[in-house]
Design a binder for this molecule. Sequence first.
Ligand SMILES: [Zn+2]
Length: 220
Amino acid sequence: MENLEKYYTEVDRDLLLIAEEYKKELLRIKKDGTLSKDLEGVLELVNGIPETVRKSALLSMEQEKGEIDMMERLQEGRENIYCPYCKIKWKVKILKEAINTLHGWGYDFVECSGCKKQFPNMIPNNWKDRKNFFQFMLERYTTVGEDGLTDAEKSGDLEKAKEYIQGFKKSLNAFKKADAAAKDLIIKNEEAYRAREVLRDHFLSLKLSLGNWKNNTGLA
Ligand SMILES: [Zn+2]
């Protein structure tokens, strides 16, 4: 079971406190007599608060996990690359970061763990620049230049070039999907937060209008 409390916001902690205090008070009133229809409705709302808070925390956790996952995948991609000397893909050590002066992309200067040779990794070292890089490469490989040829045609190995083009397209599609999913989660999280804020303010105003609460929760 995950520890969800670390994802609670101030609004969540307020809501849980409100739920606890309101429930106590409403049950006390109920014991002395009957609850009005309005207060029955309030009790129902109050009973649902812990679940609302739990679901919101799960959403925050999902967002955080997604961000960590993306960071780990990037790191793995930066450290496992094709060595132009060994002609295989394997572990490299990142020596320093630099900026590509032509495109402004951030990239790594690395050392191969096999042959110990140092070289720049052409693929950018962050997701945003990586996306731009793949877009740029796709355009270069498929756009006809002034000499009437595409880079794919000029590469001398059309089959290999076709493979690259497929690879660029696949990467760009994956970027698009990941971006959309991340954005969707952020929006959901923001909406859930605003809804809880409204709920808390609703309860606080309710408490003020009831006016006869014995317990001072310090929230109003
Ligand atoms: Zn090497």
